[in-house]
Design a protein around this ligand. Structure first.
Ligand code: 13P
Length: 251
């Protein structure tokens, strides 16, 4: 059975002390979440080391929001996958729409980042999703298919088994307007079918596909109830411990 995951992407929010308070609160409240649900906290780079220490011995996993496409060297300001691994984080988000939009990251660059993450034993959470005009013009399946094929299709079967996918329609991120559970289900099923066609049904059946975009306690239950939705990648609501935990309890 595939893993069910609820991950909190804090984006560029919280000072270190605020982050520590937040993670302490999440840990305290996480006893209310069934063990079968994997919780992941994804703070800014500067807090990673400290937050990993708090998460040690708890059920919480920790991830980074990005990694470099190179393993080391003269790349001022970049953070490598091996550095992330060395502080004890286990996940890394690759290809968030904000990285695609503001930092012009494209599918081929993201493929290189995914390989870098995998070779350092990090689990990539690969993000895909269409923009509003692509939704409205009916091109959304094509856009997501291209994001999946250009960034994932050259992975080996073994590598593909380690990938987590997050479907985050850009028009739903931070807007308060979530995808309907039907829209999420349709896209998740499409992504799974795309993976099955290229790799195998078994691999596709085992890949966790998370939904992201204005996911909150009031809509998580309905979205998570869909058969191809295996959890959520949560932005704004992950900054409030009670909301994040309530979302994780929505399965
Ligand atoms: P919001 O939950 O704030 O819409 O953000 C979703 C997201 O981008 C998570 O990566």
């Amino acid at each position: 059975m595939r893993k069910r995951i609820v991950a909190g992407n804090w984006k560029m929010n919280t000072s270190q002390s605020e982050g520590i308070e937040l993670v302490k609160s999440v840990i305290e409240k996480s006893i209310a979440v069934p063990k079968a649900i994997e919780l992941v906290i994804i703070p800014p780079f500067t807090h990673l080391n400290e937050i990993v220490k708090y998460a040690k011995g708890t059920s919480l996993n920790v991830g980074a929001q990005n990694c470099a496409e190179w393993s080391k060297g003269a790349y001022t300001g970049e953070v490598s996958a091996s550095m992330i691994k060395s502080v004890g984080a286990t996940y890394v988000i690759i290809g968030h729409s904000e990285r695609r939009e503001y930092f012009k990251e494209d599918n081929r660059l993201l493929f290189r980042k995914i390989k870098e993450a995998l070779s350092n034993d990090l689990i990539p959470i690969y993000c895909c999703g269409e923009k509003l005009d692509e939704r409205e013009s009916g091109k959304y399946f094509d856009v997501v298919e291209q994001q999946i094929s250009e960034s994932l299709f050259e992975l080996s079967h073994e590598q593909m088994q380690k990938i987590v996918i997050a479907y985050e329609p850009v028009w739903a991120i931070g807007t308060g307007k979530n995808a309907t559970s039907q829209q999420a289900q349709d896209m998740h099923a499409f992504i799974r079918a795309t993976i099955a066609k290229k790799f195998s049904k078994e691999i596709a059946d085992n890949v966790s596909i998370l939904y992201g975009g204005s996911c909150k306690p009031s809509n998580a239950e309905e979205i998570f109830a869909r058969p191809d939705v295996d959890g959520g990648l949560i932005g704004g609501a992950s900054l409030v411990a009670d909301d994040f935990i309530a979302i994780a309890q929505s399965f």
